[in-house]
Design a protein around this ligand. Sequence first.
Ligand SMILES: Cc1cc2nc3c(=O)[nH]c(=O)nc-3n(C[C@H](O)[C@H](O)[C@H](O)COP(=O)(O)OP(=O)(O)OC[C@H]3O[C@@H](n4cnc5c(N)ncnc54)[C@H](O)[C@@H]3O)c2cc1C
Length: 165
Amino acid sequence: MRTVPGRTDRIVVVGAGLAGLAAALRLRGAGREVTVVERGPGPGGRAGRVERAGYALDTGPSVFTAPELLADTFAAVGEKLDERLTLLPLETTYRAQFADGSHLDVHADPDRFARGVAELAGPAEADNLRRYLVDLAELYRLQLSTFIDRNLDSPWTCSVPSCSR
Ligand SMILES: Cc1cc2nc3c(=O)[nH]c(=O)nc-3n(C[C@H](O)[C@H](O)[C@H](O)COP(=O)(O)OP(=O)(O)OC[C@H]3O[C@@H](n4cnc5c(N)ncnc54)[C@H](O)[C@@H]3O)c2cc1C
């Protein structure tokens, strides 16, 4: 990780998106005095909400991939995730609605998801989905430490540990 010289006991974080808020919590947990500035009307950034005509629409994330990373961030300031947030698993994560009136429900359970694909597109596509999900699980495992959970201080930072740049 790149470090900065000089005093770092008072820090300004620009932007109250998820990254800024997480950085602020970790810095606070490390004993720094932190001020977060945000140009928008409130915190959240792309994880926002628009309320119009009686509807509330999330503007960004719908899939919560790694709750353990959020738990870590709360732990940095001595807080427990489950005392701050109630997370409820969704069995049906979303519905893809097609122009011909058919639809596909995307299920968290792979077998239920594959059954839905088989009903809509046949058993060969369901087998393709199963293979795709296995590939994705492996991809997730491989990239977690080399990309998601890695500091990228610059666009030129290589995400592969063996990279010489
Ligand atoms: C449609 C959509 C769907 C997504 N779905 C998922 C998903 O399912 N799962 C998932 O994990 N991720 C998802 N993402 C990605 C996720 O929303 C973003 O990665 C994350 O919210 C980015 O957070 P951030 O803090 O890096 O940036 P931002 O959310 O962009 O926050 C930056 C903040 O900085 C503020 N700011 C910028 N410049 C200044 C300035 N000069 N002064 C003051 N404030 C400033 C901005 O107003 C903003 O509030 C989705 C994103 C979108 C748009």
